[in-house]
Design a protein around this ligand. Structure first.
Ligand code: MTE
Ligand code: MO
Length: 442
């Protein structure tokens, strides 16, 4: 369970994060330019005094032999990109097994999250399960609901017709630390429980058809994971019947990563991450919701009147500017490309508006194709920074017409004591110094 927001990050940790974020791509560029300048200086110093023409000093990589093919059977990122890491948050949880690591959204391009940078959320640690031993059982709460209970091996599942689709996954607790006040410095920590992949698998509907499910009677589906967390979630059958819910084994063209549920996970497009059961070992169909621990007492929304809302599982329309974002520094006045991500659990992103003055005036951003349903969409807007303080915001609208709310509207409806489903407009304050900070406008 997540602790109260004030325990989220200790002051020392916050400083570390801030310093690391500032040693990001932009500072790297500044360093590289400084390096090039001093190399040129060194070359001049070596110019012989007798007026011989200056000889260009070629670097080793232009004159020597490079590394052979397949030196790294499985390729790794450049050593110069070592700063791009998913990061845990010191003090967020009591153990690193029941915890979160956040995706470095500020360093990513386009819409796909590289598998090694996909956020992680485990309730009881991750496992690298032997696929030859793994089984998926499909059964009914009683035999009227499902004629033929079956147990599938992975080989059997992989022989069935598969589909590949791009979808985002967002933990319901994403941005959960910011309900009451600003709590964390960077977009990695405000919005990094969000990732997007191409998933490959078999529609759950196909498996239920094979098992002879009575779709009229069986109105709910339970997914159960094989790890020690006893993760079980109820899904409405309508979602499964739509064909969108997948029993997935593939992620970005290869098998799922162990941290993301290898060898099998549920993909439940548009629904909060907790329903995307990893290490999926059992599907049960029933005629009513199960009310398991992870839906009766966790993943519920505390409303201002003191009541709890259950099963609010759709991830509503949301967006965030990733460049510039908290912890980054604008080095110069002039042209900057504002860029970010928008998404909705109800369909496709229809438009994104961007403000640089805290929401007084809005300009429509460009949406980069593809714009897919229940998938991240990349947006951008040209901006000339005049060196004055700026308040940068993005506001998404989805294909159902739902407009992302500001904090005032969201808090009026939901209060300030929730953890889950915070889709408020994010504000980044660009200071005169160029430093960017996380702020909230009342
Ligand atoms: N078996 C199992 N499935 C699970 C979980 C878990 O701890 N165990 N965590 C859930 C939660 S809360 C989220 S947000 C997503 C996170 O998926 P990821 O780790 O691939 O990002 O998996 C969900 N499925
Ligand atoms: Mo989650």
């Amino acid at each position: 369970m997540l602790k109260a927001p004030e325990n989220f990050i200790d002051p020392a940790g916050a400083r570390t994060v801030f310093a690391e974020a500032r040693r990001g791509r932009r500072d790297f560029l500044r360093g590289a330019l400084a390096g090039a300048a001093s190399a040129a200086g060194a070359a001049r110093a070596q110019t012989p005094a007798d007026g011989e023409p200056q000889i260009l000093q070629l670097p080793a990589h232009s004159t020597g032999l490079g590394k052979p093919v397949a030196s790294d059977g499985y390729g790794k990122p450049s050593l110069h990109e070592a700063n791009v890491q998913r990061r845990p948050s010191p003090g967020l949880t009591q153990t690193p097994q029941a915890s979160v690591s956040f995706a470095p959204l500020q360093s990513l391009f386009g819409i796909v999250t590289p598998s090694g940078l996909h956020f992680e959320r485990h309730h009881q640690g991750w496992w690298d399960i032997d696929p030859a031993q793994h089984r998926l059982m499909v059964n009914g709460s009683d035999d009227k609901l499902l004629k033929r209970p079956m147990v599938f091996t992975l080989d059997e599942l992989m022989r069935l017709p598969s589909v590949s689709r791009f979808h985002f996954i967002e933990c319901g607790a994403n941005t959960g630390m910011e309900w009451g006040n600003v709590a964390v410095p960077t977009v990695q920590y405000t919005h990094g429980m969000l990732s997007c992949s191409e998933f490959t698998g078999v529609p759950l509907r196909t498996l239920l058809e094979l098992c002879g499910v009575d779709f009229k009677r069986a109105r709910f589906v339970l997914g159960e994971g094989a790890d020690g967390s006893g993760m079980t979630r109820t899904l409405p059958m309508a979602l499964v019947e739509s064909g969108e819910v997948l029993v997935a084994y593939g992620q970005n063209g290869e098998m799922l990563r162990p941290e993301n549920g290898y060898p099998l996970r549920l993909v439940v497009p548009g629904v909060q991450g907790v329903s995307w059961i990893k290490y999926l070992r059992r599907i049960e169909v029933g005629d009513q919701p199960w009310g398991t621990k992870d839906e009766a007492i966790h993943y519920i929304d505390l409303l201002p009147d003191g009541t709890h809302r259950q099963y609010s599982s759709t991830q509503e329309c949301k967006s965030v500017v990733t460049t510039p974002s908290g912890g980054q520094v604008l080095l110069q006045k002039g042209f900057h490309s504002i860029s970010g991500l928008a998404w909705s659990g109800r369909g496709a992103v229809q438009r994104v508006d961007v403000s640089v003055d805290g929401g007084r005036q809005w300009r429509q951003a460009r949406l980069q194709t593809p714009v897919l349903s229940k998938c991240l969409t990349r947006f951008s807007l040209d901006w000339v920074w005049d060196g004055q303080p700026a308040l940068i915001q993005s506001r998404a609208t989805d294909s159902t017409g739902h407009v992302q709310p500001g904090y005032r509207a969201l808090r009026a409806a939901r209060g300030t004591r929730s953890i889950y489903h915070n889709n408020a407009i994010q504000t980044w304050w660009v200071q005169e110094s160029g430093e960017v900070r996380n702020v909230q406008l009342a």
